[in-house]
Design a protein around this ligand. Structure first.
Ligand SMILES: Cc1cc2nc3c(=O)[nH]c(=O)nc-3n(C[C@H](O)[C@H](O)[C@H](O)COP(=O)(O)OP(=O)(O)OC[C@H]3O[C@@H](n4cnc5c(N)ncnc54)[C@H](O)[C@@H]3O)c2cc1C
Length: 633
């Protein structure tokens, strides 16, 4: 028997639900789950069914080995004996198992967190890594620097503390980095089309990673002498060692992506020239690499540095010594990293000046704690008003105290100066870190794409396509300076769009899936268990060098910590791009369509296919299906 598949044409589906009813009757599912579902979603109906995906993430994610893919037929099969419903409780939370765990919902890249954490529990470290890599090529990087919204949303918090998810991710990824043979995803047949990517930060590299898997001929153009964008020139190595970034980039290079450093698009080569050379699509991922100034007196004095320029110098191996007393203005990543780098480069009195309170500071609590442990003070509710110089060099800084207004309608409190509260501090150097913007030199007059009033690229939020149909953009270039995981999410979405654009498919179809997070996870059967703590280099030792501060989990700690996951969703549901696996109050095990594969052997046809009045269901050999009816995610 050859490959078997099922296909719905959602344009022709009239939402009669006849296929659902026929399927339930045929399989004796009664009031239980429906393996085929038709959702009403104007202007179309949305049939949900098992796509028997080539890479079958549900099979990969199942810690019980209950789901397997038959290589002969391509059918994904569920073994009801092995399925334990990931702890689904009859009559209690079974229906909720159909929803998505909040860690996955909150992750901008929607990584199947529960899936990989549960695979880690079973010691299936390779499978766990593969699952992560379906949504992100950078688990070692994210395991170190991601702001982990997954942890902020973790249901375990309702019992004691969130699972240390990103430390588990780091453990899994580092294991692979050090393996004799690293995991590399499969690559489809080579395609002719060339794609150019502008910028080698996490957005550009991610887009390259997923396009390379589709077989495209991808070239990344990078104006800096090194690859990685802010991962290399922004984030210091005591948080993100260079060899980690290089190792994750190397895999993308090994997948056949060409990477050209020292080439600035817009100056050394232009988009129109690249079009002439045969590039059929572009992904602009140029980041937000320019510092925004303060616009106050004395900003041009020697000894006043922009945070990004300072960090770039340090990270490119040209450490700038600033003197003893350093003030850093700002409260984000750049400010903290600049202060901590200066501390390591011989400035014992580095302090941070931030105009709001610690409650509003954008940096993560753990980073603030590490900063304070290193002896860096954070002076809140203060702002510089001018820099005072002597012989052209900054010597002091006049500041003013700030107070926060009452919350406005959005609940936000704004800082305003406290009249008459000016004070002066002596400084040897100042670093300003107040935000970043993009440099749009890559756009030439031939490009019709436009910018927003904030200086970011205007794109369709679902497809990331710009006003130039062949130009897509994402990451900081579109969002303003944000985070690594958002850049990764955009890179993958852009790759999906570019693939669809180049193969003449609908860019939007099936991509507006809204995740609904589980609200009432089962908690009763779990006892409190303390969250594992990340071992760190002692503050006294770490301020002398750029060695990595966080040391990572051992396998034992990672598995122990993974066991704290309360499996608030079900692994196969989390992994499915099409929302297909079914649970409800009566059925605590998964139920899914097996394409009535046994019927095919008997030359019979499935009930859903037989009953459809609009003939919008196709079943059988996928090679015989009409092309372009449904494109999956
Ligand atoms: C100091 C610092 C610390 C940070 N810490 C964290 C953190 O802990 N966690 C977190 O999640 N995020 C952090 N961030 C933010 C994060 O690094 C960015 O959000 C992310 O790197 C954005 O990715 P990107 O690919 O969009 O752009 P970038 O990483 O900025 O990459 C853009 C690349 O495009 C290149 N480029 C620009 N113009 C051209 C051109 N015309 N031709 C060719 N190449 C060009 C640039 O040289 C650059 O390499 C930090 C940022 C900084 C600066």
């Amino acid at each position: 028997m050859g490959q078997v598949s099922l296909l719905f044409n959602e344009y022709d589906c009239m939402g009669c639900h006849a296929c659902e009813i026929a399927c339930k009757q045929e399989h004796g599912l009664g009031i239980g789950p429906r393996v085929v579902r038709v959702l009403e979603r104007a202007p179309l109906f949305k049939p949900l069914f098992c796509h028997h995906c080539e890479d079958a993430p549900c099979a990969l994610s199942c810690p019980e080995d209950a789901i397997t893919k038959d290589p002969k037929t391509g059918v994904v099969l569920l073994d009801g004996e092995k399925c334990n419903g990931c702890d689904a409780v009859p009559g209690k939370s079974g229906a909720e198992k159909q929803e998505t765990s909040s860690c996955k919902v909150e992750c901008p890249a929607h990584i199947d967190v529960q899936g990989y954490v549960n695979l880690a529990v079973k010691g299936k470290f390779q499978e766990a890594l593969q699952l992560i890599k379906l949504a992100s090529p950078f688990p070692s990087i994210c395991g170190r620097v991601c702001h982990h919204p997954c942890e902020s949303a973790c249901s375990r918090d309702q019992i004691d503390e969130p699972v240390a998810i990103h430390s588990i991710e780091r453990f899994l990824a580092d294991l692979d980095l050090n393996a004799d043979k690293r995991y590399m995803p499969g690559i489809r047949d080579k395609k002719e089309e060339k794609v150019a990517i502008i910028g080698s930060g996490p957005a550009g590299l991610t887009c390259a990673y997923y396009l390379a898997q589709e077989g495209y001929n991808v070239t990344i153009f990078e104006k800096a002498p090194v690859l990685g964008g802010m991962l290399t020139t922004g984030i210091p190595s005591y948080r993100l060692p260079r060899e980690i970034v290089e190792a994750e980039i190397q895999l993308i290079r090994d997948m056949g992506v060409s990477m050209k450093t020292g080439v600035e698009v817009g100056k050394d080569i232009t988009i129109p020239q690249l079009r002439k050379e045969g590039c059929k699509a572009f992904f602009i991922a140029n980041g937000a690499q320019e510092c925004i100034g303060l616009g106050i007196e004395g900003e041009g004095l020697d000894g006043v540095y922009s945070g990004l320029d300072y960090l770039r110098q340090v990270n490119l191996g040209n450490p700038v010594r600033l003197g003893e007393n350093i003030a850093v203005i700002g409260g984000g990543n750049v400010a903290l990293d600049a202060a901590r780098s200066a501390r390591r480069l011989g400035s014992p009195n580095a302090s941070i000046i931030y105009r709001r309170s610690l409650e509003e500071i954008p940096s993560r609590p753990e980073e603030i704690a590490e900063c304070q442990e290193e002896g860096i003070s954070i002076n809140t509710l203060a702002q510089p008003v001018r820099f005072i110089g002597k012989n052209g060099r900054v010597k002091a800084m006049e500041c003013i105290k700030m107070q926060l207004t009452e919350p406005d309608e959005s609940g936000r409190r704004s800082p305003e100066p406290l009249p008459g509260s000016e004070f002066t501090i002596e400084v040897d150097a100042v670093i300003t870190a107040l935000g970043q913007e993009s440099d749009w030199a890559c756009l030439t007059p031939e490009c019709v794409c436009t910018l927003t009033e904030w200086g970011t690229m205007n794109v369709d939020t679902l497809t990331l396509q710009s006003d130039d149909p062949d130009i897509f953009a994402g990451g900081d270039a579109v969002r303003g300076s944000q985070s690594v995981i958002e850049a990764i999410a955009d890179g993958r979405q852009a790759a999906i769009s570019i693939d669809r654009y180049l193969s003449g498919q609908d860019l939007r179809l099936g991509r507006d899936r809204a995740f609904k997070a589980i609200t009432e996870p089962q908690k009763e059967k779990y006892d409190p268990a303390a969250r594992a703590q990340m071992p760190r280099l002692e503050p006294k030792k770490r301020v002398k060098n750029f060695n990595e501060v966080q040391k990572g989990f051992t396998a034992e700690v990672a598995v122990q910590e993974a066991k704290r996951c309360i499996s608030c969703g079900t692994c196969c549901v989390q992994a499915c791009s099409y929302d297909v696996m079914q649970f409800n109050h009566e059925v605590t095990k998964a139920v899914k369509c097996d394409l009535c594969v046994d019927k095919r052997g008997r030359n019979e046809i499935p009930a859903c296919y037989a009953i459809c009045p609009t003939r919008c269901i196709f079943w059988g050999d996928p090679k015989k299906f009409p092309i372009g009816i449904y494109q999956g995610l």
